[in-house]
Design a protein around this ligand. Sequence first.
Ligand SMILES: [Zn+2]
Length: 507
Amino acid sequence: MGYARITAVGLVGVMGHLVTVEAHVDRGQARVVLSGLPDAVLGQARDRVRSALVNSGFQWPDQRIAINLLPASLPKHGSSFDLAIALALLVASGQLPPPLIEGLVPVGELGLDGKIRPVRGVLPSLMAARDSPMRAAVVAPGNLREAALVSGLAVHGAVGLRELVAGLAGGAGLLAVPEPDPEIEDFTPDLADVVGQDQAKRALEIAAAGSHNLMLLGPPGVGKTMLAERLPPLLPRLDDSAAMEVTAIHSIAGRFEQRAGLVRRAPFQAPHHSASMPALIGGGSGMPRPGALSLAHRGVLFLDELPEFRRDVIDALRQPLESGEININRSAAVVRFPARVLLMLAANPCPCAAAKPNDCECTAVARGRYRSKLRGPLMDRVDLQVRLAPVGRSALFGDEPTQEDSRTVAGRVLRAREAAAARWSRAGYGRLPNSEISGARLRKDPWRLPRSVVGVADWMLDSGRLSARGYDRVIRIGWSIADLAGRERPEEGDIAEATELRLGNAV
Ligand SMILES: [Zn+2]
C-alpha cells in the first residue's frame, strides 16, 4: 500500500501547465486504472511504463494501481508523462524514497527497454516549471541542451530509468549539461552572391529596416528565391525574450537543433504552395503543432508562386497576419501560437511565365484571371513591390562594381531599427518598427510631414493611383528610408522612392 505524487508539465500551444501525477498502489485485484483525460497515446503509457520498470530491474506492483493526472480539465497529449508516472509508481510501491523526487520535474518518454527518450516541447515545459516551486528537472540526454536554456532550474539528464534512480540516490548515473557551442554571427546566404537586381536588394534592406512586407514579381530564374533567402540574415538578431519564444515554438514542432541551441537568427519559412492547411497554419491530429506561419514567427514567411496557393489557405492566413497570432480551436481548449512575421510574396508576371514580356503566350483572359488572384487579401498587406527583369550581360560578367555584403547591409538595418525604436519609444508608442506605427499617428503632429516633402504621394493619392491605406504605407516606408540614411525625418527624395517602391511600376 502506498501513495505518491509528482509534478510534470502538460503543453497547450506554447504554454506549459503544471500537472500533478498521482500514483496509488493498493491491495486488491491486480489492475491499472488511468484517469485524468488521457488521450490514446497516454493510455499506452501503462504498457511502456510496465515494460520499462521490469526491464530496468524494478518490480511491477502486482496489485491494484491507480494513476491520476490533475487537473483533469487540462488536455494532455503524448508520451512526455511516462517518466513522471514511472517515478510516482516507484515511490508508491516503496522502491524509491519520497525525498529523492521532491522538487523534481521529470519530462521524458520511456522506451520498453527503460531508456529515456527525448520529447517535443521541453523548453516551454521547463519554462513553466521554473515559475513554480520546482528546483530541478530531469530529461533525456537528447533534450539536455534544450533544457539547459532555462535558467533557475538544475537540469540533469539520464540515459535510462535505472541510471536515473541510481543518480537520484547519490550514485553515478546523472549526466551534466554539455558545454554550448560558441555562438557565431552568420550572414549567409550573402547578398553579395546576387548579381545585379539593385532595386530588389534596396527593397530588401528597406523591408528589413522597417519590417515592411514585400512582393517580388518576375519571370522564373531572375532570383526571387535567392533574394528571399537573403532577407533573414539582414534582420536584427533576436533578443533574449524573442529567442526563447521562437525556440519554444520550434521545440514544440520537434525542430529544436541541439547544436544551434537558442534560435538567435530570424527564422525563414518557405512552404510550398501544395502544403496542407495544418502544415501552413498549424494544427494536425493529437497535440496541435505550429505550422510554417508560426515557425516563421519574428522572421520571414516566404510564399513563392502566390497565385498557386489555394484560396482557402490564403484566406486562413489573413486574420493571423493581422493579429500576430493564430488560434486553433479544439474541443478541449483553444490553442494559441504566435505568428508575427515579415511577409514576402513572389509571383510570375503571368501564367506562362515567359522570360520576356514579348514572349508571353497567355490570352488576355488567362492573364486577367491570374492578375485577379494577385489582388487578394494578402496583397493588401504588401508595402513594397519590385518588378524584376533578367540580369543584363554587364552585371553577369562582373562589369559592375563589387556587390555589398550582407554584414554591411545588416549593420545599416540595425542602426535604422534602433533609431526608429528609440523615436517611437520616446513618443510613448513602444519600441516598434515603422510598419507598426498607425497611419493616423503619422498624419498628425509632430510626425506630420510638410507638403513640400509628401508632394509626390499627395499627387498619387489625388489621382487615385494610391489608396488611403497605400498612402499611409508610403509614409511609413519613407520613415524607414530616412532611418537607413541616418536622417531625423524623411525628405522629399525618401517619399519619392517610397512611392515608387509602393507602386512597383504598377502591377
Ligand atoms: Zn504569359
